[in-house]
Design a protein around this ligand. Structure first.
Ligand SMILES: NC(=O)c1ccc[n+]([C@@H]2O[C@H](COP(=O)([O-])OP(=O)(O)OC[C@H]3O[C@@H](n4cnc5c(N)ncnc54)[C@H](O)[C@@H]3O)[C@@H](O)[C@H]2O)c1
Length: 344
């Protein structure tokens, strides 16, 4: 039995591939490299590791998806493949719906055709939008009201999976699914082999580290007038390896036919200003900041209540301070100053 990791060449997906191989699983990666890094897969043993194979293709292409399911039987799909930039989704909504909704529908059709019993879905805290009063920290039953096309594609993804699973389970073919609603994912694997390398980079911590390394002159502070204690957005962060642990626990512990949502974040909010200060402390470098307008689609304050994932899956973050998370990313940046592309 194998695990299909869609988006396995991406930041989070590659960390899943690393962990699954370490656990002795066979892994099939499907990726179209729109954002993923071939070099990440090479570092994980693509071409030499007997348990790792790649299907290159688009998840919205039914024939390519079919190829990914026709080798060895797939026991679990970990579905990471998606376009994942909030700002870009505002400008290119149809492209986002095609990748994130139509692509997921193709994956579910293949799950049905090939009798796959289980899927772990990369959902997002952005499905909550701006939680109503009294809903922070955010529990899983908080109303979901996304404020960006990206967030809406993730919410529709949850509905798609829920409806398909209900039908198949009613037909006597139990299908289980976990919606892992990630808060902000950061850090790098602690062996230093793989890390976060997006082009363009929109995530706060890698941008701060690029400034610290002199690859950018400054960081734009996107809005200082949010209704938060210091006026900048507040987010919950989770280390990428802890996030992957949540995937492994969901894969192992979800009972057949169960569909369940879990928030994944440490349960503490950090403002953008606090993250900038932490990055200055970790790197010991100057990080110039420039004021900039708000970015469309950003919620003011989002942090998680981790009670459900702790009690039901036994998950607990092993990295619980922003400094320790940044430290793993900083080590990766120092060892890979141009990410996976030394010539860049
Ligand atoms: N990074 C975060 O903080 C965060 C937070 C919440 C949710 N997520 C979700 O986690 C998942 C992984 O995020 P990431 O940060 O690793 O992003 P990423 O861009 O690094 O990885 C996504 C991968 O999917 C691939 N991909 C995209 N569209 C595809 C398509 N149509 N067909 C085949 N492959 C395709 C890309 O090439 C890439 O390798 C995404 O679903 C994202 O929405 C991420």
């Amino acid at each position: 039995m194998a695990v299909l990791v869609t988006g396995g060449a991406g930041y989070i997906g590659s960390h899943a591939v690393q962990r699954l191989l370490r656990d002795g699983a066979r892994v099939v990666v499907m990726d179209n490299f729109v954002r993923g890094r071939r070099e990440a897969l090479h570092r994980l043993g693509l071409g030499t590791h007997p348990a790792l194979s790649l299907i290159e293709g688009d998840i919205a292409d039914a024939a390519a998806v079919h190829r990914a399911f026709t080798g060895e039987p797939i026991d679990t799909v970990m579905h990471f493949a998606a376009l994942a930039y909030v700002g870009e989704s505002v400008h290119e909504p149809l492209r986002y719906y095609r990748a994130n909704v139509e692509g997921l529908a193709r994956i579910l059709e293949a799950c049905e055709a090939h009798n796959v019993p289980r899927l772990v879905f990369s959902s997002s805290c952005s499905t909550y939008g701006n939680p109503p009063e009294g809903m922070i920290p955010v529990p899983e039953d908080c109303p979901q009201s996304p404020v960006s096309p990206y967030g809406r594609t993730k919410l529709i993804g949850e509905w798609l999976i829920r409806d398909a699973a209900a039908r198949w389970t009613a037909q006597g073919r139990p299908f289980s699914a976990a919606f892992l609603r990630y808060f902000n994912v950061c850090g790098s694997d602690r062996t230093g082999l793989i890390g976060e390398d997006h082009e363009p980079e929109t995530h706060l911590i890698p941008i701060l580290l690029q400034v610290a390394q002199g690859r950018r002159t400054h960081i734009d502070l996107l809005g200082e007038d949010y209704p938060t204690p210091d006026g900048t957005c507040v987010r919950d962060y989770v280390h990428v390896e802890d996030l992957i642990e949540a995937h492994v626990l969901a894969m192992r512990r979800l009972a057949p036919g169960v569909v369940r949502a879990f928030n994944v974040g440490i349960g503490r909010g950090y403002s953008v200003r606090e993250v900038i200060e932490a990055a200055r402390r970790v790197t010991g470098r100057d990080i110039p900041v420039r004021s900039a307008p708000r970015r469309e689609g950003d919620a003011a304050m989002l942090f998680n209540n981790p009670a459900r994932i702790t009690s039901e899956l036994g998950w607990k973050a092993s990295v619980s301070t922003i400094e320790d998370m940044i430290d793993t990313a900083w080590k990766w940046s120092l060892a890979n100053p141009r990410g996976y592309s030394p010539g860049r």
